[in-house]
Design a binder for this molecule. Structure first.
Ligand code: FO1
Length: 333
């Protein structure tokens, strides 16, 4: 990408996507400053809402909040989710009453976000409007859009010893079972009635570059692509679509994407994920794929499959390392 992108759209899940966005913004603020400490490049983030859950009477949007807190500098650096300096008194009190779910980490500071969101949704505001209002406080430096204003939650098909094959909410599988319960598939409840939130399709079409950061390709990027209309927009946008592998050396950089890939019989390798996304020249989603230097032996098969590929260091150890990844992403695009 020689001319500086004036607009970039990023499809993001939780921790991996948020970490990448930190680096992207650092790079853009440095190389394309707006004179007020920000960047002249407009970055729009389409956030995954498939992880969203009603818990203890409040609506929690983990991936939207992770992006908002991370870019707004409120995130718990140790956990990667929830707030810095968090306490869990409300959670402990709920557990003292024996109220389920006791496995969900509902933080006291985080609770304020969920209470405002729940109240606003009940008053008729859309998730898009609520997210914008919450971002007013956090100033993430991006326009954060939910993938949809309609509820479409990821559930996981598992075998329960007593009940046989059932579907449980993604959060229960992810948090309570640490994704260790073999998943036989994922189903997004309500996805057929979900529509792209306002601005989402425009953000994919009217942009200079679309990026898939190293988010979970199945339950984060994959969930966003399941919203009717979004996959078609990514396939047909005139902007280049470039993606970064969430798998390095045969293992997820973070999280448990391997458990998700296994459910779909996709090998946990950088090349397998690229082929899963598919080359846009043959009806898939991506034009270019960035892999880590330790996976460079797969550059050949990627080029053969019509995906431009490059091997660069992909470990997001700190903001500087991630900013370098972002710089190379823009260059390669
Ligand atoms: N992840 C955990 O491993 N344990 C938790 O108790 C937990 C609570 C939680 C609360 C709010 C929130 O925004 C995220 C939370 N997460 C927790 C992370 C979350 O499950 C995942 O980040 C995403 O859903 C997958 O990216």
């Amino acid at each position: 990408m020689n001319s500086f992108p004036s607009r970039i759209t990023v499809l993001a899940g939780g921790i991996g996507g948020a970490r990448f966005l930190m680096g992207l913004l650092a790079h853009l603020r440095h190389t394309n400053p707006d004179g007020q400490g920000g960047t002249a490049t407009v970055v729009t983030v389409i956030g995954n809402t498939g992880d969203d859950i009603w818990v203890h009477g409040v609506r929690v949007c983990p991936d939207l909040d992770t992006v908002m807190y991370t870019l707004g500098d409120g995130i718990s650096k140790e956990r990667g989710w929830g707030r810095e300096g968090e306490t869990f008194s409300a959670k402990d009190e709920l557990a003292a009453y024996g109220v389920e779910p006791t496995w969900f980490g509902l933080g006291d500071k985080d609770l304020a976000t969920h209470l405002i969101r729940t109240q606003s949704l009940a008053s008729g505001f859309t998730l898009t409007e609520v997210t914008a209002a919450l971002c007013d406080r956090w100033q993430p430096g991006v326009t954060l859009l939910p993938m949809s204003n309609e509820r479409a939650e990821t559930h996981v098909i598992v075998d329960d010893p007593d009940q046989g094959r059932i579907a449980i909410h993604f959060q229960e599988w992810w948090i309570r079972h640490r994704a260790a319960l073999p998943a036989h598939g994922f189903v997004m409840v309500g996805i057929e009635d979900a529509k792209p939130a306002p601005g989402v399709l425009e953000a994919i079409h009217d942009t200079d570059l679309v990026i898939f950061p190293p988010s979970n390709p199945v339950v984060s990027i994959g969930a966003i692509l399941q919203v009717p209309g979004i996959a078609e927009a990514v396939r047909t946008t005139k902007a280049p679509v470039i993606a970064l592998s969430p798998i390095v050396g045969g293992a997820p950089v973070r999280g448990m994407a391997d458990a998700c890939l296994a459910a779909l019989n996709i090998e946990t390798t950088a090349a397998a994920v690229a082929l899963h996304y598919g080359a846009r020249s043959s009806g898939g989603f991506i034009d270019a794929w960035l892999i880590d230097t330790q996976d460079s032996e797969s550059l050949g098969i990627l080029e053969e499959s019509g995906i431009r590929a490059k091997a660069i260091p992909l470990m997001m150890t700190d903001v500087d390392a991630t900013a370098l990844m972002a710089a190379q992403t823009l260059d390669f695009a």
